[in-house]
Design a protein around this ligand. Structure first.
Ligand code: ADP
Ligand code: RBF
Ligand code: MG
Length: 379
């Protein structure tokens, strides 16, 4: 640890990937492929996503045509796929923390390049839906502008050259394995933000693997720190979910002494996909009982290695009885930390109590306290 820290290179500019790193292209691609493949009587298997993430358009198309044994050539597939994709481009959302990162670096005058395996024209179309992004990049470069796409280092070498920087001074941010390999081959420092869950083990060559852009600490790499954290919490755009409290794993109070009121995952599937796993906090409303402070985790609970992503809200109040079946409304206003694994149950429980203290204190700050009166909580 101290070894790698002392050898750590400081960066003066950022080379960043687009699809899966700044925008959630995979969501839209999956939707299109699901419908498209059903025409051929095939079923889109989410696991395929792992094979096409980070590929050039041609490689991705070839993989799909071969893996699904489609009765068409790659060219025909592309001629059908691209119009469908273009029509949906406006629906591709930015990933949590992407806009914040771009504005932060640009605001501090850190030179930025966008380097993507996608074509230059497609990059330009995709970012045109995100206001103010294009102007933040001094260089934009697609795989059609170099001889080989990622995992070849060409894109990053060319981006560094255009920024007039040595590749060793560049910090690459990437969600895919080919992208990480390309960054390392170029001689850059590489942060991986895997876009697919539970894949951390594939990213061993990255200098750091983080869970989402919310966890990026630019100062670790010689870049200006974010200044929006307040009292160990990061304000986020508030989001709201609610529904009847259902039975969970029956583990919270029994094993941890920490009850968590679970909501049906079916009813908030979209929110679950959109929000990175981690520990968050906010306010919880129960129609007949009132509004309470709340701290929660979203994710797979690495200590228990769950197969399903769930939301585990702990209401910071002593209730004398269960409230299964009652309508629970949540407003999530801030982020604390990524989910983690722990060497013992005691250390997990101790950390959750630390989260509780952080949340309890933060929720008294005016910027978080104001949401206590949100009409959604008492609807
Ligand atoms: P389950 O696995 O069914 O969610 P838990 O052991 O996690 O079981 O307990 C959660 C249940 O405990 C909630 O559904 C709710 O009815 C009750 N409960 C009591 N106090 C609290 C609290 N402070 N926060 C959340 N749930 C609580
Ligand atoms: N589980 C983990 O495996 N790792 C965590 O870092 C973690 N953090 C949590 C933080 C809070 C505030 C809460 C309420 C729960 C957290 N849990 C975590 C989830 C805990 O394991 C879960 O509530 C139980 O598994 C009950 O289902
Ligand atoms: Mg629970």
């Amino acid at each position: 640890m101290s070894m790698s820290n002392s050898l750590k290179k400081l960066s003066s500019c950022v080379l960043i990937d687009l699809d899966g790193t700044l925008i959630n292209t995979d969501g839209v691609v999956s939707d299109i492929l699901r419908k498209y493949l059903s025409k051929y009587g095939k079923q889109w298997d989410g696991r395929e996503a792992l094979k096409i993430v980070g590929k050039t358009p041609l490689e991705a198309a070839t993989t799909i045509v071969e893996d699904y044994g489609l009765p068409c050539g790659v060219d025909e597939f592309n001629s059908e796929f691209y119009p469908l994709f273009s029509a949906q481009m406006d629906k591709i959302k930015s990933l949590p923390g992407a806009n914040r990162l771009i504005r932060h670096l640009n605001g501090h005058g850190v030179p930025m390049a966008l380097a993507s395996n996608s074509s230059r024209a497609n990059i330009e179309s995709k970012i045109s839906y995100h206001q103010g992004w294009k102007e933040c990049f001094s260089v934009i470069i697609g795989s059609d502008e170099v001889s080989k796409g990622k995992p070849s280092p060409d894109l990053f070498l060319e981006a560094a050259r255009k920024l007039n920087r040595d590749p060793g001074e560049c910090l690459v941010i990437e969600d895919s394995v080919p992208g990480v390999l390309a960054g390392k081959a170029a001689g850059a420092t590489v942060i991986a933000v895997p876009s697919l869950p539970k894949q951390t083990h594939l990213y061993t060559s990255a200098d750091e693997v983080i869970n989402s852009l919310l966890d990026l600490k630019p100062e670790k790499w010689g870049l200006p720190p974010f200044q929006d954290w307040i009292e160990n919490t990061l304000p986020i755009d508030p989001w709201r979910i609610g529904g009847p409290v259902i039975k969970g794993f029956g583990r919270g109070s029994k094993v941890l002494g920490i009850p968590t009121a679970n909501l049906s995952t079916k009813d908030y599937a979209e929110e679950l996909v959109e929000h990175p796993s981690g520990v968050y906090f906010g306010w919880a409303g129960l129609a007949t009982r009132g509004v309470f402070k709340m701290v929660m985790s979203i994710g797979w609970n690495p200590y228990f290695n769950n197969t399903e992503k769930t939301i585990e809200p702990w209401l910071l109040h002593d209730f004398t009885e269960d409230f299964y079946g009652e309508e629970l409304c949540l407003i999530i206003v801030g982020y604390i930390r990524p989910e983690a694994n722990f060497p013992s149950l005691e250390s997990l429980v101790a950390k959750i109590h630390e989260d509780r203290e952080v949340a309890e204190k933060a929720l008294d700050l005016p910027s978080y306290a104001k949401f206590k009166d949100d009409p959604y909580l008492t609807k």
